[in-house]
Write a protein that binds this ligand. Structure first.
Ligand code: G16
Ligand code: MG
Length: 217
């Protein structure tokens, strides 16, 4: 039976995905090219260094490691500037209600984010205490679609993968959850999140009971 819910951060709890996109777009523009919203889907859930590699390949640029470190730092600076204005008002619709249902159902919770900024963002939105375990970019060596972030979450909660449900908005994150052997709820479009076991447009359109029923079938 299901014992734990594992949540992605960006695009599930809070819309930091838009800030990552804006910061990467600014970087691409300064390098002389552009990235579209569609292209950005490939960056969601992917680590900072990996994202930069994908963007540079897209722009046809080959740069030194030193230059790449400089660009990644620059992007993170712009990103931090954008998220520094976030408050609990930025928590996505449906999250608070869903989390109170999760607590009532007696389920364990973990954050599964590859972002090194995740703990800071949880503090800003006042949700640090909403999680029994927090796995962030400083605790893992491989980003999504590698399952590491979710298997570590299950380990910290002392539950097995089959007892976990993952909530993800990104293609790479859905793949990570499936590779971890978990039931995956995709939040977004079913045309994009084709690997998910269940898709809803957001947590606002889901109940814990729905998820538990579908994950147990
Ligand atoms: C997030 C975002 C990615 C970002 C990554 C690393 O992952 O979706 O776009 O590149 O974290 O973030 P940072 O540069 O802050 O370390 P997740 O797993 O929360 O979706
Ligand atoms: Mg995400």
């Amino acid at each position: 039976s299901i014992k734990a819910f594992l949540f992605d951060l960006d695009g599930v709890i809070v819309d930091t995905a838009i800030y990552h996109y804006q910061a990467w777009k600014r970087l691409a523009n300064e390098l002389g090219f552009d990235i579209s919203e569609e292209f950005n889907e490939r960056l969601k859930g992917v680590s900072r260094t990996e994202s930069l590699e994908i963007i540079l390949a897209h722009g046809g640029l080959v740069l030194s490691d030193e230059k790449k470190t400089e660009l990644a730092t620059q992007k993170n600076g712009w990103y931090l500037e954008l998220v520094s204005r976030m408050t609990s008002d930025d928590i996505l619709p449906g999250v608070a209600t869903f989390f109170s249902q999760v607590r009532k159902a007696g389920l364990l919770t973990a954050l599964g984010s590859v972002s090194k900024n995740a703990p800071m963002i949880l503090e800003r939105i006042g949700m640090t205490n909403a999680f029994d375990a927090i796995i962030d970019g400083t605790k893992i060596s491989k980003g999504k679609p590698d399952p590491e972030v979710f298997t570590k979450g299950a380990d910290e909660l002392e539950v097995s993968p089959a007892e976990c449900v993952v909530f993800e908005d990104a293609v790479a994150g859905v793949e990570a959850g499936k590779r971890a052997g978990m039931f995956v709820v995709g939040l977004g479009s079913s045309d994009v999140l084709t690997q998910a076991d269940l898709v809803a447009s957001s947590l606002e359109n889901l109940t814990v009971e729905d998820v538990l029923t579908k994950a147990s079938n």
